[in-house]
Design a protein around this ligand. Structure first.
Ligand SMILES: C[S@@+](CC[C@H](N)C(=O)[O-])C[C@H]1O[C@@H](n2cnc3c(N)ncnc32)[C@H](O)[C@@H]1O
Length: 434
């Protein structure tokens, strides 16, 4: 997640995990000692440090094994970390937060409690279900991404997150069949292990030479199929012209006798004939770059770290959406229902369209911000220089459009029973993440 947010333009000030192996691998690859071994369930221990760091965003992927279909159903100790995340956010009060979890978390009591805490503290929430294959990795990994910002209306970022999705899912061929770097820095220590490095991977560069695609990738493309142990009764064999299923700890495993004796009827070739994924390939399907190095005493730990990760390209896409909104470069879509609502109140379709477009203009003048408190929205509009330079009539049209939009939204809130929240002014230039 840190790697992706960094690529999006965030400065990462600190990172935490309770697992020393994960922390060591983070620092090995991202440099320095920014990641620390910390139990984030110990709220009293971590809050003073976070308050001192004063991040503009807190981002995290609280452990999810207890909600996921692969794990135990009941919400045990681990799930409480989601609540701890909400308590940390609301105590430290960054302008933004970002949380990743499994889709099942949405139905959990823990997320219901965490959501309550966040909403009561004045965060507007966008809860989006994203498919990672639309956000830069060849993997149909469906996850819940929650983005919150103080003072916003719920759903404020949903249309922008949806718009950031690629029209087509990314396939294994897109990743492994595309061009590879023309040159690599080869170090004496690593040459035996791999043949592709980025230019900034290793300090101890010996020479640079042109290279071709990695032999493992060539073999995968030539074979055309991979095996992945099905979670339920799904297909085990996947084509390279589709995304890989969700990466798990066992994604590299060969089909066992159980599967081979009763393969899925729709498997395009025999599971025993498929290509075997290397550790590097599983790592790259999970969005890690080619230069990422894994160090652990067991392969099991390596695959656990890979499977745990929020794919960097996904975090990067969502991070860019956040920064665009922060910079006023995007504005939320106004729902089509607003038009209908105006028509039901006696406006012609043309007049309704005008109001909708004026509301959109007002939103853009407000830098794309939505406001949980309508009075604050109007007050903020009054001090926007571009608004102040307008004539009186267009000014009052814009005010009126925003009022009508707020009225429409308030009716929706009442239906959804969204509690009243108190909006806070948004801080300037938030770009630090922890
Ligand atoms: C879903 S993974 C998150 C992946 C990673 N943070 C990322 O951004 O890609 C959940 C992580 O929570 C860590 N974890 C579990 N219990 C924890 C605790 N009490 N305090 C801090 N981290 C914990 C696990 O070691 C695991 O790495």
């Amino acid at each position: 997640m840190s790697l992706g947010l960094k690529q999006a333009g965030f400065e990462i000030v600190r990172a935490y995990d309770a697992w020393p192996v994960a922390v060591a691998n983070y620092n090995l690859n991202l440099g320095g000692d920014r990641a620390q071994v910390t139990d984030l369930g110990d709220i009293l221990g971590i809050v003073p440090e976070l308050l001192a760091l004063a991040p503009d965003m807190i981002a995290g992927g609280p452990p999810c094994t207890d909600y996921s279909s692969a794990g135990r159903r009941e919400e045990a100790e681990n799930a409480k970390l989601t609540l701890a995340f909400a308590i940390l956010v609301t105590t430290v009060r960054p302008t933004w937060f970002m949380m990743e979890n499994v889709i099942n978390a949405m139905k959990s009591e823990t997320w219901a409690a965490a959501r309550q805490v966040l909403m009561a503290a004045g965060y507007g929430l966008t809860e989006s279900k994203v498919d990672a294959s639309r956000y830069g990795v060849p993997q149909s990994r469906r996850r819940l991404i929650v983005v919150g910002r103080i003072g916003e209306r719920d759903g404020f970022l949903a249309s922008a997150i949806a718009a950031a999705a690629a029209p087509q899912p990314m396939t294994l061929r897109d990743l492994f069949g595309s061009s590879t770097p023309h040159a690599a820095n080869i170090s004496t220590t690593s040459e035996a292990r791999r043949s592709i490095w980025s230019s900034h991977e290793l300090g101890q560069t010996i020479w640079e030479r042109p290279i071709g695609p990695h032999p493992d990738d060539v073999a995968l493309i030539a074979n055309g199929f991979v095996y992945s142990r099905p979670v339920r009764a799904g297909r085990g064999v996947r084509s390279i012209d589709e995304p890989f299923p969700t990466v798990t700890r066992t994604s590299h495993e060969r089909p066992g006798p159980k599967y081979l004796s009763a393969p899925h009827l729709d498997d395009p070739i025999a599971a025993s004939e498929t290509a075997v994924l290397s550790t590097d390939q599983v790592s790259r399907i999970q969005g890690f770059p080619m230069w990422w190095e894994w160090k652990a005493s067991s392969q099991r730990d390596v695959f656990q770290m890979i499977a745990n990760a929020v794919p960097a390209p996904v975090a990067e896409s969502i991070g860019r959406v956040v920064l665009d909104r922060e910079g006023g470069k995007s504005a939320p879509d106004i729902q089509g229902g607003f038009l209908q609502w105006l028509v039901c109140r006696g406006r012609s379709r043309q007049s309704a369209r005008n109001v909708k477009s004026l509301a959109g203009r007002a939103r853009r003048l407000l830098g794309g911000k939505t406001f949980a408190v309508s009075a604050l929205e109007l007050a903020t509009l009054e001090v926007v220089p571009e608004f102040q330079s307008m004539k009186r009539n267009p000014q009052s049209d814009l005010r009126q459009a925003l009022r009508l939009l707020a009225e429409y939204q308030a009716e929706g809130d009442q239906r959804r029973k969204r509690p009243q929240v108190v909006a806070q002014p948004i801080e300037e230039e938030p770009r630090k993440a922890a």
